[in-house]
Ligand binder design. Structure first.
Ligand code: SAH
Ligand code: SF4
Ligand code: F3S
Length: 478
């Protein structure tokens, strides 16, 4: 996922009272740009949390006098916020570094910095492997960026990959880089304390810590004031959110945080990601049921449908537990959609165990899934303990079977919506045509519909569905 630059003019087209804040912010940047300040360019890969981190980095750099640019060629500082989750993600980053190298050759003096998970994983070694890199900065060290940049400007190659037990960047208000002005992400915690055996995240992001709930509510309130109508609360495992008030000792859990954010305004939609099957409580489900503005959508990664494989993955739940969680969702939130993540071909997975994943997918009726072939990551438990013994072509074939099945189920799921009417929050023009708007329903399905006089991004509309593919619903405003 590359940060796709959205035209600034697009957000300027839709100025209304409430949105002026965010628009002015961008204009202000453009005005100061002429003064001759230094420019930074940032590109992000990986999960939403990484994209959100880039917005924190932008805020830190802005404070230090840097301005953002979308032009590589005019940047004094090129940053790439990286992901290590699968080998392919890292390969993509290496390829981009070749492009930056060429820019640097044409513009000597341009600094190149690597941020994020790959920086954390490779640390100092990155400098040995990549001669063009000036800065290597881990996800908990972004406050040190101005200092590190100064060092790099004086010709040193700088590294800070210290992980922290406390850092949540709670006081930093992210600069919304490529925003549609309607939906935004808010990180509510950092790191991860689970040790899923396939996963590199605990090593690249460090220990789990929760952010002060009042700073989260304040950020969401500010977004609402600036015209935003949807926030997604982010964490690797939102259900283990837990904040203790240092003065009173009282605790805020995820269900309570969700409620605090939902109470900001009935017109502010609340989403969250990611839920972990072992931690998702009925209390969260009942809180969702009580508030219309908490979207009826849960991303609940299962990874595998086989209990032996789940144990090897160290997911700490088995298939019956996962099925029980799905039943609880259906009982408490009958109209909720559930999506998932699946890994095909984990160490020692047999053909029968793969069939278990297919049968679970069929049973669970997921609206959508992110599906991956297992990619061994250096340093993880699985890499140390198990053999990556499923041949690549078997992994690929199993993954294709999973994708084929899930695509058919997504289509069936979407076709069942034909004839229904949904409340949709307009996000902007559809990707295919500027005669159409797109937006999501509560179940997180993308809905495309023809524009109509008087409606604009940020508005809620009722859309009646008349057509569906496996990825989108089509309809008309009613
Ligand atoms: N915290 C989330 C997952 C974050 S990573 C959770 O626990 O659900 C997103 C997804 O990437 C995971 O759910 C998993 O399906 C996939 N993934 C992680 N490591 C992987 C690996 N080594 N190979 C293939 N897929 C992987
Ligand atoms: Fe990785 Fe597991 Fe943590 Fe998710 S819960 S980030 S898969 S270790
Ligand atoms: Fe990738 Fe790091 Fe996110 S490894 S998925 S960017 S936490």
């Amino acid at each position: 996922m590359v940060h796709e630059a959205q035209e600034t003019t697009q957000s300027l087209k839709v100025i209304d009272e409430a949105r002026q804040g965010s628009v002015l912010y961008k204009e202000e940047w453009e005005k100061t740009a002429s003064v001759g300040a230094k420019r930074f360019y940032i590109e992000s890969y990986g999960c939403q949390m990484n994209f959100n981190d880039s917005e924190i980095v932008a805020a830190i750099l802005y404070e230090a006098g840097y301005l953002p640019t979308r032009q590589l060629e005019e940047s004094d500082l090129i940053l790439i916020n990286t992901c290590s989750i699968r080998e392919k993600a890292e390969e993509t980053v290496r390829k981009r570094l070749r492009v930056f190298e060429a820019v640097k050759r044409r513009r000597p003096g341009t600094l190149v910095g690597v941020l994020g998970c790959m920086a954390e994983r490779l640390k100092k070694r990155f400098l040995e492997e990549e001669k063009l890199i000036d800065l290597v900065v881990g996800p908990d060290a972004y406050r040190d960026l101005p200092n590190l940049i100064r060092g790099a400007e004086s010709g040193q190659r700088m590294v800070n990959v210290l992980l922290s037990r406390e850092e949540t960047y709670a006081d930093i208000s992210p600069v919304r880089l490529d925003s549609n002005g309607v939906t935004a992400f808010i990180s509510i915690m950092r790191g991860c304390d689970n040790m899923c055996s396939f996963c590199v995240v605990p090593f690249t992001r460090g220990r789990e810590r929760s952010r002060d709930p009042f700073s989260i509510v304040a950020e969401a309130q500010d977004l609402f004031m600036r015209g935003y109508r949807e926030v997604t609360l982010l964490g690797q495992n939102v259900d283990s959110y837990k904040w203790q008030n240092p003065e009173t000792g009282s605790i805020v859990n995820f269900a309570q945080l969700l409620e605090m954010v939902a109470q900001i305004h009935p017109r502010l939609r609340v989403r969250f990601s990611t839920s972990h099957p072992k931690d998702m409580t009925d209390e969260v489900l009942y809180t969702m049921a009580r508030y219309d503005n908490i979207c009826k959508y849960i991303h609940l990664p299962v990874q595998s449908g086989n209990s032996r494989i789940l144990a090897l993955m160290n997911r700490t739940y088995d298939r019956p537990w996962y099925e029980e969680r799905i039943r609880a969702i259906r009982r408490i939130l009958p109209d909720a959609a559930v999506s998932t993540d699946i890994i095909a071909g984990f160490c020692t997975e047999t053909e029968e165990e793969h069939q278990d994943t297919l049968s679970l997918i069929e049973w669970a009726n997921f609206s959508m899934a992110y599906m991956f072939a297992y990619s061994q990551r250096p340093g993880t438990l699985a890499a140390r303990r198990y053999k990556d013994d499923v041949p690549e072509e078997v992994k690929k074939r199993r993954l294709n079977e999973i994708i084929r099945l899930q695509t058919a189920i997504s289509l069936r799921h979407n076709q069942a919506d034909i004839g229904k009417t949904f409340e949709v929050l307009i996000e902007g023009d559809s990707r295919r045509s500027d005669c159409d708007f797109c937006g999501r329903n509560s179940q997180n399905k993308m809905v495309v519909f023809p524009k109509k006089e008087g409606y604009k991004p940020g508005d809620y509309v009722y859309v009646r569905i008349h057509d569906a593919t496996s990825a989108t619903l089509r309809g008309e405003i009613v």
